[in-house]
Write a protein that binds this ligand. Structure first.
Ligand code: IPM
Ligand code: MN
Length: 354
């Protein structure tokens, strides 16, 4: 298979983990006889520095011309604490999601047996947890009308029926392919937008009789994902709730550095880690490349390359079992491995796998 991949490494640890993601793709390509070509493009803080725009038109074109986008992370503390700054690296990420029509963000949450101890949660609670959070990605407060005055500010949590229907459809279809259980997470006891979500979901549920659909308030869901994560199969929720919930659920896996995601919608699909740019770690060779590598696996699986994706997952699992791990998940007294060591180990595993 030929795949044209736009490579957006972004800021902070982005370039370091991206290097490992691309190395893994190259190795898989060689092994299975695929042709992957990469077109790098700028985004985030360094795009602001270079061209004054965190998601320049040229980068948009590169993404539109590609079959898939492999993304790393954007963000830079230079932009964080100055409220007068108008253009931030994060605006680039949001513009990219919006312009590519990427309304469905798929964030799988699964434990690795050998990392159960790395979670602050009890082993017996998280063992076997395996669910997917489908986060709406181009609506809600992130994109609703905003105003910031001197003494007053607001963001509007706005959703139209078609926006709700298309994301719920993704949720129902995922549930059908998995264990036929969908949990719609909202705040329908307080928010009008949530009440519309729930109304639409209840109508749609009738068309999916095979799916057991339940409804949960976000506050309750935030607790249940930690106290009873095995309850969940597929969660579907709006943008802001999904953002918060998936940082929380990374504590089940043991590290944010292990969580990949896929963003799907109207145009080129995009694959990116759930974590951010971790600027404090940039250049130190300590960032975990696994979320990026697993995002590459999701990319291949999206194009039907199941064996290829499975081999990457097997290699990642083997590296974790062999305790070839970056510092944030290494066992006490365990050997120190950097970003490049973990990446190379996984590459070698794939290259030499029978
Ligand atoms: C994420 C990130 C982004 C978001 C930020 C960087 C704008 O936290 O992808 O979860 O809030 O969507
Ligand atoms: Mn987030």
């Amino acid at each position: 298979m030929n795949l044209k991949i736009a490579v957006l490494a972004g800021d902070g640890i982005g370039p370091e983990i991206m290097k490992q993601g691309v190395a893994v793709l190259d190795t898989v390509g060689e092994k299975f006889g695929h042709q992957f070509t990469y077109t790098p493009a700028v985004c985030g803080a360094h795009a602001i520095d270079e061209v004054g725009d965190p998601f320049p038109e040229a980068t948009f074109k590169t993404c539109m011309d590609a079959d898939a986008v492999l993304f790393a992370a954007v963000g830079d503390p230079r932009f964080d604490n100055d409220p007068t700054i108008k253009v931030r690296p994060e605006n680039g990420l949001l513009a990219m999601r919006k312009q590519l029509g990427l309304y469905a963000n798929v964030r799988p949450v699964a434990t690795f047996d050998c990392l159960l101890h790395n979670s602050p949660l009890k082993d017996e609670i998280i063992k076997g947890a395996d669910f997917v959070v489908i986060r709406e990605l181009t609506g809600g407060m992130y994109f609703g009308k905003k105003y910031q005055g001197k003494d007053m500010a607001y963001d509007t949590d706005i959703y139209s029926r078609p926006e709700i229907e298309r994301i719920l459809k993704v949720g129902f279809e995922f549930a059908l392919k998995r264990h036929q259980h969908l949990t719609v997470v909202d705040k329908a006891n307080v928010l009008a937008s949530s009440r519309l979500w729930r109304e639409v979901a209840m109508e749609m549920a009738k068309k999916y009789p095979k799916v057991k659909t339940d409804y949960m308030f976000i506050d309750n869901a935030s607790m249940r994902v930690l106290t009873e994560p095995r309850f969940f199969d597929v969660i579907v929720t709006e943008n802001t709730f999904g953002d918060i919930l998936t940082d929380e659920t990374s504590s089940i896996t043991g590290s944010m550095g292990l969580q990949p995601s896929a963003s799907l919608g109207e145009h080129t699909p995009l694959f990116e880690p759930v974590h951010g740019s971790w600027p404090q770690a940039a250049g130190k060779n300590i960032a975990n490349p696994v979320a990026e590598i697993l995002s590459a696996a999701m990319l291949l699986e999206h194009f039907g390359l199941k064996d290829e994706g499975a081999l990457i997952r097997k290699a990642v699992n083997a590296s974790l079992e062999a305790k070839v791990r970056t510092p944030e998940i290494q066992v006490a007294g365990g050997k120190k491995y950097g970003t490049t060591d973990v990446g190379s180990w996984i590459v070698d595993y794939i290259r030499t796998a029978k």
